[in-house]
Design a protein around this ligand. Structure first.
Ligand code: ATR
Length: 276
């Protein structure tokens, strides 16, 4: 029987994961089937049990189930443990269900594809929610000089900085405290873009040659990307490559084959532009 995979979420209709994994499977000659499944908000555990009971090999998990998936997994990778959330489940040869979080490594790989290095860099991360928690371990593993987490609710930035401080120099600041600071890389991990908002950022935050990355993506540049442009950022990117990067890592966990991400990023970018 063809190996079965799926993405669970609510909503799920617009998920690009089936299209991404179909392209990976074609590219690598893997025989697999990948579906999307709308799961009722109180039925995640039931649906996941059922999926694996019927012989399913692996799941991607999206909003709002990443924390439930973390609790559901019988074993966790170190990065999933740090993230406190799981976006990928895989049944192993011994029948144990492994939970991983590939979001952060997907972003770091995308930055590498873009030619951005994180090592030795001063990095500012905006936001302190689930998305930021998911990227901190892979970012710190690149050995940046320093990571500053700035958030509207300062206490949440402080909590995150404390949770990751054993992995590198990571500190919390309020937006006001950023005045006079300079960074090589700024990552927007707030959900402010969704409503067209931007955190209140002081002028002159960018070093020469600075890079700005938004975890969100869309057909048009996000408000954060527009801000980066106005501030003279040398490099600007959105999170489309991260979406495909996290999928590639999940595919690798399931199939032990690393697909090519660049052609898939280009295909999805074309599709986004056509819909404009
Ligand atoms: P996600 O899973 O996308 O990270 P989340 O956990 O709800 O979602 O976190 C959203 C993040 O965006 C938080 O850091 C939030 O700031 P608060 O912790 O102060 O709530 C941030 N955020 C959302 N809207 C914002 C806005 N308009 N301005 C600044 N920060 C905003």
């Amino acid at each position: 029987m063809t190996d079965q995979y799926a993405v669970f979420g609510n909503p799920i209709n617009h998920s690009k994961s089936p299209a991404i994994h179909r392209q990976f499977a074609e590219q690598t000659g893997q025989d697999l089937h990948y579906a999307k499944q709308l799961v009722a908000t109180d039925e995640f555990v039931k649906a996941a049990h059922e999926f694996f009971k019927q012989g399913g090999k692996g799941l991607n998990i999206t909003v709002p189930f990443k924390i439930e998936a973390f609790n559901f997994a019988q074993q966790l990778t170190p990065r999933a443990l740090r993230a406190g959330a799981v976006n990928t489940l895989a049944i192993q040869a011994d029948g144990i269900i492994l939970g991983d979080n590939t979001d952060g490594i997907g972003m770091v790989h995308d930055m590498h594809n873009l030619g951005w290095e994180l090592e030795g860099k001063r990095i500012l991360i905006l936001g302190a929610g689930g998305a930021v928690r998911g990227i901190l371990q892979p970012v710190l593993a690149e050995h940046p000089a320093q990571v500053i987490i700035a958030n509207r609710t300062f206490a949440k930035a402080e909590e995150l900085a404390a949770h990751f401080q054993d992995l590198g120099d990571v500190q919390a600041k309020s937006f006001e405290q950023l005045d006079g600071e300079q960074f090589d890389i700024i990552i927007n991990g707030t959900s402010a873009s969704l409503s067209g908002d931007l955190p209140p950022l002081p002028e002159n935050l960018l070093n020469t040659n600075a890079a700005c990355y938004d975890l969100m993506y869309g057909a048009e540049p996000t408000v954060f990307m527009q801000w980066a442009q106005q501030q003279g950022a040398a490099k600007i990117a959105d999170g489309l490559g991260m979406l495909i990067g996290q999928a590639a890592e999940a595919f690798y966990l399931w199939r032990q084959i690393r697909p090519e991400v660049v052609p898939v990023i280009m295909a999805l970018r074309r599709q986004l532009n056509e819909k404009k």
